[in-house]
Design a protein around this ligand. Structure first.
Ligand code: C5P
Length: 244
């Protein structure tokens, strides 16, 4: 059964194998999954993946956010499928073709997640990028449109803000996964580049399947304590949902 800690995906946003090893050893018993992004994958991808696998019963989310012509995305995803990871990402982009090729390349061996609209993007950014007012005035409409495209192409789920989970689940069903970065616990006081943020409790209450939480854990004086505090917050929501 899914435990509260399993909701937490910790991004290994560090530049060296040594630092990654530190967080893998520290957190593998307190979270559900490690996320490996471009910085670390370019440095030492295969070594890190092996290190995570050796660290215990913890998943791997390979967040390379592919975005290219369909055939190139498919071939990239075929190589990712060889790595035996749980999730991998592709940008939703402009066409369903790229997403469908990503799913084909995954061969059912890795869950393909579509990145809808990055959580660092604001309504003003969408307006400046030339989108129709319908979308720049309400990003969630663009997120849901892209999520529907991802579902239609056969993706396992999407990356979105906790603010959009409810809408995605209502429109696309409970089984279509919603993974939410931009999570900031109420006790986190530092401002950063994330814009469409929610607390862990808000995201889980609305149906988020996994929470990507980096800096609030990494920059805490006690990262294990921070992860445990987040798991406690999630557990309280899980209990209240069970009681309803
Ligand atoms: O919690 P924190 O802001 O530190 O987490 C940042 C991580 O979330 C980064 O690894 C970033 O790539 C990832 N992410 C994101 N927004 C998305 C998709 C992924 O912030 N839409």
């Amino acid at each position: 059964m899914k435990q509260a800690k399993d909701y937490i995906i910790f991004p290994l946003d560090v530049p060296s194998v040594k630092e990654a090893q530190h967080y893998i050893e520290l957190l593998s018993a307190h979270i559900g999954m490690f996320k490996v992004g471009l910085e670390l994958f370019i440095r030492s991808g295969h070594e890190i993946i092996k290190m995570i696998k050796d660290s215990g019963d913890v998943g791997i989310f390979l967040d390379l956010k592919l975005h290219d012509i369909p055939v190139t995305v498919k071939k990239g995803m075929e190589r990712i499928a060889d790595l035996d990871v749980t999730f991998a990402t592709v940008h939703c982009g402009e066409t369903p073709r790229m997403l469908a090729h990503a799913v084909e390349g995954s061969q059912g061996k890795v869950g393909v997640l579509g990145v809808t609209v990055l959580t660092s993007v604001s309504e003003r950014d969408i307006n400046n990028a030339g989108f129709l007012p319908e979308y720049s005035e309400d990003i969630s409409k663009l997120v849901v449109k892209r999520a529907a495209m991802a579902k239609g192409a056969g993706c396992t789920g999407v990356i979105c803000s906790g603010k959009e989970v409810k809408m995605i689940k209502e429109n696309l069903g409970k089984n279509f996964k919603a993974i939410t970065p931009g999570i900031r616990p109420a006790w986190n006081t530092t401002d950063d580049d994330q814009r469409r943020i929610t607390t862990p409790a808000m995201a889980v209450k609305d149906g988020s399947d996994f929470l990507v939480i980096g800096r609030p854990i990494r920059n805490a004086d006690d990262p294990v304590g921070a992860a445990k505090k987040i798991a406690d917050e999630v557990e309280a929501v899980m209990r209240s949902v069970d009681c309803v």
